[in-house]
Design a protein around this ligand. Structure first.
Ligand SMILES: *[C@@H]1O[C@H](CO)[C@@H](O)[C@H](O)[C@H]1NC(C)=O
Ligand SMILES: *[C@@H]1O[C@H](CO)[C@@H](O)[C@H](O)[C@H]1NC(C)=O
Ligand SMILES: *[C@@H]1O[C@H](CO)[C@@H](O)[C@H](O)[C@H]1NC(C)=O
Ligand SMILES: *[C@@H]1O[C@H](CO)[C@@H](O)[C@H](O)[C@H]1NC(C)=O
Ligand SMILES: *[C@@H]1O[C@H](CO)[C@@H](O)[C@H](O)[C@H]1NC(C)=O
Ligand SMILES: *[C@@H]1O[C@H](CO)[C@@H](O)[C@H](O)[C@H]1NC(C)=O
Ligand SMILES: *[C@@H]1O[C@H](CO)[C@@H](O)[C@H](O)[C@H]1NC(C)=O
Ligand SMILES: *[C@@H]1O[C@H](CO)[C@@H](O)[C@H](O)[C@H]1NC(C)=O
Ligand SMILES: *[C@@H]1O[C@H](CO)[C@@H](O)[C@H](O)[C@H]1NC(C)=O
Ligand SMILES: *[C@@H]1O[C@H](CO)[C@@H](O)[C@H](O)[C@H]1NC(C)=O
Length: 760
């Protein structure tokens, strides 16, 4: 055993020394495989040491580096050996048990690159050799950048504008085998054209890159010379000015979907992506800049800017364009901004207005015309239904309104007076319901007779209804026994003063009004008696004997234009009063009472001579006829005063009488003047004779100018006289220069002067 050990040791020694002489020849001595390993890493050299046949056995295994042994294993003695110059820091490990046997070299150095081979000796079989051509890869240095001027660039370069060409060299020192240098944008290769630089041991790749938003994002330079590990990478940040590329408006509050509601605040968010540096975000609504309500926040990492806008839209903003504009102020104005626009959909409760269609008249319509009303509306979203109101009460389909009352238009084919009133309509959509102001519709209709014609004082009034108020009145007036008169007035009133002719009889009147709509269908008609317009009966009258005749003197009554006096005499054949004569008197002004200085004026009617039993009557008259007469009977004293002197009847006494008369006249005149002066101081007394009812009734009929059969106090008679002036006595014109039957206003200061006597 000892001997055997010694022999083998000697053999190993021999063999190893021998082998240094006989070098390994690749291919010829055995196959060579290629193996790469990283500097600083480890590698495993494999060698198959199993015998080919079962009866053979392993004798010796030796690993050589470039033909110098670095490790051996003697299977006969189970001894391992390693070169102490190679197996430094225990970097060599061998595992004999596993097949193929593995020799692991760690902590590889650059000079470990060599041709290694393994020699296996067997007891029987011939020696086996395999080679391993080990390449130790030395990684290059970290790439670094130099700009065109040769300045070193660290981490970041710029700023550039989009489209500028970036010219930059990426350099790498060392590396075995020589590394490939490539420019990458993200994972995309942009430039692989590397080469050696002027500096020894340095390789470079000069980049010419037109910059875009995409390729400038993450630019890097990669150097690699092996598959065994990742490339050596240096990234470069490029500051590139960019406009926003995506601006979008989004509703974030106050909306229903994308629909806004008028008057309700809504919040819009605008996001601008990709602008560097961060943009200014401006809001515009149509051409209006919204400055107050916006604010802006920025997320630097993702080049995102966000702005919020609180907007309270109005109805008029429906369809307006809301724009969000992101402007990069660092860039040229022509390509620095990007915008998003949305069209506002502003919903609102309908805006409604009631309109009368047709002739342009705002709210007037003529009876039987067609009333056509439209509920003019504006709404978003569209109107769903309409409601109509009449005098503030909702219309239900019925006979007045027809069967449909919920459409946009309301049509009444033949409008009637009951359709006049206040109309309004309401329109509803999903937002709300709005009702219009009321429109008052006036229904015009032609005049029609209401109360007919009435008499008020001295005017006729035509009482008609009609809309508008009638403004033209056509009158047809016929006083009895006269021609018909056609008159036109602009008001419903016709003063009787416009009617010509006598009005003491009946008056047939008709009126027809016009209001511009249509003429009156049936005129108003009426027959009037105007008796009540006659003056009142004279109340204060007396009889006097003046100027050698009897006078009826009366205090004027209101509204009398003239007076009538008459004398009635008892018939000789029967007991009835007959009209003796008649005439008029007075002055015709009703204001007579109000004038006159000292006392009342009097109207005076000459009666001629009166006999015993005669009665004198006075009545006040105007154009409507005469009042009932007042009857007076002369007193005996008065009759006595009127007795004719004897000389008046004798022709013989004329000459004597004339002389006597002259003497008498002179003396009596002077006496009279004195009497007058005395009597003027006395207040004149007028006694009023009141008649009983029967006599009054009788005389009433006489007042009509016509006397029919009538009864007096004394007898019944049928007297008739036509007021014959012929029967009046001759007038004594000597002392009374006035004509008997003419109207004459009384002189202001001449009243009663002579022979004042009282009536009975
Ligand atoms: C060899 O290197 C690998 C990876 O680098 C490692 O996992 C392994 O443990 C190393 N082996 C030895 C023996 O050092
Ligand atoms: C390398 O040397 C160390 C100690 O110096 C030893 O433990 C180890 O076994 C040696 N390697 C081989 C393969 O012999
Ligand atoms: C070993 O590899 C190197 C390159 O890595 C080569 O130049 C050399 O010729 C190779 N040797 C043999 C023997 O194949
Ligand atoms: C813009 O951004 C929005 C949301 O951020 C996105 O949905 C849209 O696709 C983008 N458009 C483009 C052209 O990038
Ligand atoms: C506006 O919004 C309303 C409610 O969502 C919708 O009914 C209507 O169709 C929209 N109008 C437009 C023009 O988009
Ligand atoms: C964003 O960047 C600008 C300058 O580029 C800086 O002033 C600002 O403070 C940054 N904001 C945040 C939130 O990082
Ligand atoms: C302003 O922006 C902040 C978020 O940055 C937001 O919470 C706030 O509501 C905005 N104000 C308005 C008025 O939009
Ligand atoms: C009209 O529309 C409103 C709102 O859509 C609804 O509430 C109402 O009942 C409708 N009226 C009729 C009569 O259809
Ligand atoms: C006189 O006529 C006027 C106007 O018609 C009237 O008001 C007045 O009552 C009349 N007087 C008398 C006494 O009838
Ligand atoms: C009375 O006499 C007059 C004639 O003096 C006569 O006209 C009249 O008819 C008579 N009347 C009566 C009732 O007989």
């Amino acid at each position: 055993m000892d001997r055997r050990m010694r022999v083998s040791a000697a053999l190993i020694f021999f063999m190893t020394t021998l082998m240094t002489i006989a070098a390994f020849v690749p291919g010829a001595d055995g196959p060579v495989s290629r193996q790469d390993a990283l500097e600083g890493g480890n590698t495993t050299l494999l060698c198959d040491s199993t015998p080919d046949t079962a009866d053979d056995e392993l004798m010796l295994l030796v690993w050589y580096k470039d033909n110098a042994p670095i490790f051996s294993f003697d299977a006969r003695t189970e001894t391992k050996w390693s070169s102490i110059t190679f197996n430094t820091s225990k970097r060599l490990q061998a595992d004999i048990r596993q097949q193929p046997t593995a020799l692991v070299i760690s902590d590889l150095r650059g000079d470990d690159q060599a041709l290694y081979h393994c020699r296996v000796d067997f007891l029987l079989a011939p020696t086996r050799n395999i080679g391993v051509n080990l390449t130790v890869i030395v990684l290059p240095s970290q790439p670094f950048f130099l700009d065109e001027l040769g300045n070193k660039v660290e981490n970041k370069i710029g700023p550039y504008h989009e489209g500028d060409t970036l010219v930059l060299s990426c350099l790498v020192i060392g590396g075995r085998p020589p590394p490939r240098i490539s420019w990458y944008s993200g994972e995309d290769l942009v430039d692989a054209s590397d080469g050696v630089s002027d500096i020894p041991g340095v390789r470079e790749n000069e980049l010419y890159l037109p910059l875009t938003r995409d390729n400038a994002q993450s630019l890097s330079c990669r150097a690699t010379n092996t598959q065994l590990t990742r490339p050596v990478i240096t990234a470069l940040e490029i500051e590139l000015y960019l406009p926003a590329y995506n601006v979008s408006i989004l509703w974030v509050g106050g909306t229903d979907g994308d629909a806004l509601q008028a008057g309700k605040p809504a919040v819009a968010r605008c996001i601008a992506h990709g602008s560097y540096p961060s943009p200014d975000i401006l809001w515009w609504l149509d051409h209006r800049h919204l400055s107050q309500h916006s604010n802006q926040s920025i997320i630097n990492s993702s080049n995102t800017a966000i702005s919020h806008l609180e907007l309270t839209p109005s109805v008029g903003d429906n369809g307006a364009t809301l724009a969000c504009i992101a402007t990069n102020s660092a860039m040229a104005p022509d390509r620095n901004s990007k915008a998003d626009v949305v069209v506002l959909n502003v919903t609102y409760s309908p805006l409604v207005e009631i309109i009368k269609e047709g002739d342009g008249r705002l709210n007037e319509i003529v009876e039987l015309d067609t009333l056509h009303l439209t509920c003019d509306s504006k709404a978003n979203p569209p109107i769903e239904n309409y409601t109509w109101f009449f005098n503030d009460i909702e219309m239900k389909p019925n006979s007045i309104w027809g069967s449909v009352t919920n459409t946009q238009t309301l049509k009444i084919l033949e409008v009637e007076r009951k359709h006049a009133g206040r109309y309004s309509c309401a329109a509803a959509n999903s937002v709300g319901e709005t009702r219009t102001e009321a429109l008052s519709i006036i229904v015009y209709y032609p005049p029609e007779c209401a109360k007919g014609i009435t008499l008020v004082k001295e005017t006729l009034k035509c009482n008609v209804n009609g809309l508008p108020e009638p403004d033209t009145f056509f009158w047809h007036i016929q006083p009895s026994g006269e021609e018909i008169q056609h008159l036109t007035t602009g008001s419903p009133v016709l003063p009787l003063s416009q009617v010509t002719g006598g009005l003491s009889g009946l008056l047939e009147a008709s009126c027809e009004a016009g209001n511009g709509i249509a003429s009156q269908d049936k005129p108003c008609k009426r027959v009037f008696s105007l008796e009540q317009l006659r003056p009142p009966q004279p109340q204060q009258c007396d009889l006097a004997y003046e100027y050698e005749e009897f006078q009826m003197r009366c205090v004027p009554v209101e509204n009398a234009t003239y007076y009538e006096v008459s004398v009635w005499r008892m018939s000789t054949s029967n007991a009835s009063l007959l009209l003796e004569r008649r005439g008029s008197m007075g002055f015709g002004v009703s204001q007579a009472l109000a004038q006159g200085g000292g006392g009342p004026w009097l109207v005076r009617g000459p009666l001629g001579t009166l006999k015993m039993g005669d009665e004198a009557a006075a009545s006040a008259c105007n154009r409507y006829g005469c009042s009932r007469p007042l009857l007076l009977r002369p007193s005996e004293n008065l009759l006595d005063a009127a007795v004719t002197p004897w000389w008046k009847y004798k022709d013989v006494g004329i000459s004597v009488g004339a002389i006597v008369l002259v003497v008498l006249f002179i003396t009596s005149t002077s006496l009279l003047i004195r009497l007058i002066r005395r009597s003027r101081r006395k207040v004149p007394v007028i006694q009023v004779l009141q008649l009983d009812d029967v006599a009054r009734d009788y005389l009433d009929t006489i007042g009509e100018h016509k006397v029919h059969a009538s009864c007096s106090l004394r007898s019944c008679s049928s007297g008739y006289s036509d007021g014959s002036t012929e029967s009046a006595p001759a007038v004594d014109r000597r002392r009374k220069p006035r004509t008997l039957w003419e109207w004459e206003p009384p002189p202001p200061d001449v009243t009663l002067t002579l022979h004042r006597e009282s009536a009975v």
